[in-house]
Design a protein around this ligand. Structure first.
Ligand code: PLP
Length: 426
């Protein structure tokens, strides 16, 4: 395909006329499509319906420690749930605390606790003049919303194909003691689907932050969410890497089964060093007498072990793969070589990240909406909702059917083409 930038004004105008006809046709169909939500489809949720049967009125509701899961108690999770989530997080069960139904909630809580009570005995952040977080961009909007909610200043760090720009991360954290954390989605990142390279993980583990209460918020939300069994990304386990580097307390590792079992009804966990886990528990004992042990039991009885989780996620992949491929195929067919957009075909996770020509993302999302396709708001992948280049758009292919996706992808590329032509003609 000829790059749009090399076409003459007349050629572009002719193309625009043709594309506008197609656009009006689609618009006339009154479609209602949605590529904005990173939610599993009903078919994926159906896969876990057996969880509803493993605990019934005749089931033994004691955990393996002999504790009645119907009653109060066990602050940090039943042993078999720690084993299951430990295996999923590639850490020892002793390095895990099981929480409630949401890892985002644990992250929020962790920031809240650091604000009010500090980190492992250090000055509470609310007593400091400046508190800052590094935010690899594009990233997960809800991470940024948490730090914005607490008035924490966010600093953009560009994502590279290997993960965050580590030269910049190392420089910033070593120079500025008001930088207290960094948000990371290290595997199949939201939204680019990038997995941090071995070198990036090792550099993270060897960071020398000026602030002793600096922590890496390692949100491994997509650790087992592969699309291809025989073509997976691998991520080095960071907790062990930090210990090896003599920095055992540097990282909090978050995970959950939200996109394994049921979003909103899964189980969440944090893995960390003994000192950090003590810090978590010191506060947790005032928050709750214990989380939902029946849900922990339900997960263990259904999935059993890591092999059970892996087998289950293969079934998820069989549903997700055709959807991702439907979108990628349309992007490749319609936009490859045009110079008006770029994307990464991910090997896992929940999203495809699209970079339009600068200054076009908002207009593309609006154009798609006019034709009946809802996308994630442009800018959402940046702190404060501000994409300095107005270029990044997050595509979420999981929820619609493959047929709906093919139509949705067509509307999307039509919108990209029309907006880009206008930009070039400006
Ligand atoms: N972390 C990331 C990177 C996510 O993309 C999401 C959901 O989209 C979450 C966390 C939410 O996790 P949970 O349901 O465990 O709160």
């Amino acid at each position: 395909m000829v790059p749009y930038g090399e076409l003459s004004r007349e050629q572009l105008l002719r193309m625009k006329e043709e594309l506008e006809k197609q656009y009006e046709d689609v618009k006339g169909k009154g479609l209602k499509l949605d590529m904005s939500r990173g939610k599993p489809a009903a078919a994926q949720l159906d896969l876990a319906m057996g969880m509803m049967d493993v605990l019934n009125s005749s089931a033994d509701l004691k955990c393996e420690a002999g504790i009645d899961c119907r009653n109060y108690g066990v602050l940090d999770g039943i042993p078999e749930a720690k084993r299951l989530l430990g295996a999923m997080s590639e850490v020892d069960p002793d390095s895990i605390i099981i929480y409630g139904n949401s890892s985002l909630n644990v992250m929020f809580d962790t920031v809240a606790r650091s604000m009010t009570h500090g980190v492992c005995g250090s000055t509470p952040w609310c007593k400091l003049d400046n508190v800052k977080f590094l935010c690899p961009v594009p990233g997960y909007d809800r991470h940024f919303a948490v730090t914005e909610y607490f008035g924490i200043e966010m600093i953009n760090v560009p994502m590279l194909s290997t993960g965050p720009d580590m030269d910049l991360v190392e420089k910033l954290v070593s120079e500025d003691a008001s930088i207290k954390g960094i948000w990371c989605v290290p595997k199949y990142s939201n939204p680019q689907g990038i997995t941090y390279s071995d070198e990036t993980v090792r550099r993270f583990a060897r960071l020398k932050p000026a602030a002793k209460d600096f922590r890496i918020y390692w949100d491994n939300a997509y650790s087992i969410h592969h699309l291809y069994e025989d073509d997976q990304d691998f991520l080095i386990e960071i907790l062990g890497e930090c210990a090896k580097a003599g920095n055992p307390d540097l990282v909090y590792k978050f995970t959950s089964t939200s996109k394994v079992s049921f979003p909103g009804s899964g189980i969440a966990a944090v893995a960390a060093s003994p000192a950090n886990l003590e810090d978590f528990k010191r506060h947790m004992q005032f928050q709750t007498i214990g989380h939902d042990k029946l849900n922990e039991l339900r997960h263990v009885r259904f999935f059993k072990d890591l092999d059970g989780l892996t087998a289950h996620m293969k079934k998820h992949a069989d549903i997700m793969r055709p959807k991702f491929e439907a979108v990628i195929n349309v992007l490749e067919k319609e936009l490859q070589g045009t110079g008006i957009g770029s994307w990464i075909a991910p090997k896992g996770g929940y999203f495809i990240s699209f970079d339009a020509m600068e200054g076009c993302a908002k207009a593309i999302v609006a154009k798609a909406k006019e034709a009946g396709l809802v996308m994630t708001g442009a800018g959402a992948t940046f702190p404060y909702g501000k994409d300095p280049k107005d270029s990044n758009i997050r595509i979420a292919p999981s929820y619609p059917t493959p047929e709906e996706l093919a139509v949705a992808a067509d509307i999307f590329v039509l919108s990209v083409k029309l907006v880009s032509i206008d930009k070039i003609l400006e």
